[in-house]
Design a protein around this ligand. Sequence first.
Ligand SMILES: *[C@@H]1O[C@H](CO)[C@@H](O)[C@H](O)[C@H]1NC(C)=O
Ligand SMILES: *[C@@H]1O[C@H](CO)[C@@H](O)[C@H](O)[C@H]1NC(C)=O
Length: 161
Amino acid sequence: MHLNIILAILGLASLAAATPSLNPWEISRLTTFSPSGRPGSSPWSVINVTIADPNGLIVSPTFCVAKWTFEEPPYGKVNACSDIPGGQWKFEMLESDSENPSPTTDFKLRFELRKHDETFVGTESFRVGENMSGLCSASGVCSFGLKEEKTPFLVKQVRAQ
Ligand SMILES: *[C@@H]1O[C@H](CO)[C@@H](O)[C@H](O)[C@H]1NC(C)=O
Ligand SMILES: *[C@@H]1O[C@H](CO)[C@@H](O)[C@H](O)[C@H]1NC(C)=O
């Protein structure tokens, strides 16, 4: 039997046709790390984000991690996040259109979630001084993160066409 007929029989047709409202995604943790750049030290900068989709019966956070070096900025590269049941997250770092773009202190993130043949996308901006804070050590190693009071940080997503 066709699905619409089944839904009509169950009296759910109008429910199925209505667009269910989406609760925004929630970032519970976001950290960046940049190395000192000193000879012999690790060359890798890192971002690590924990994001979850609150829509659904089971909420499974995913970890999104990317690494890059000063020579090779991370913008525009699509990275897979860790696997979750029933969905696949990806993310991409985008250059901020502000005066001082930096992939560790002033950047944008674009997330994509594919689940049940549907794709959702959402982009947000992050900036030290606004919603991130952190420290650099005397050696030049810097570590930044989402301000505690800004979590969970909401990312509004839309259904991709
Ligand atoms: C990212 O953060 C999560 C949660 O704190 C941690 O378990 C994981 O090891 C981190 N991954 C990397 C590559 O730093
Ligand atoms: C975080 O800061 C950026 C840069 O000012 C801003 O565009 C973004 O909307 C802020 N988001 C929140 C939730 O504070």
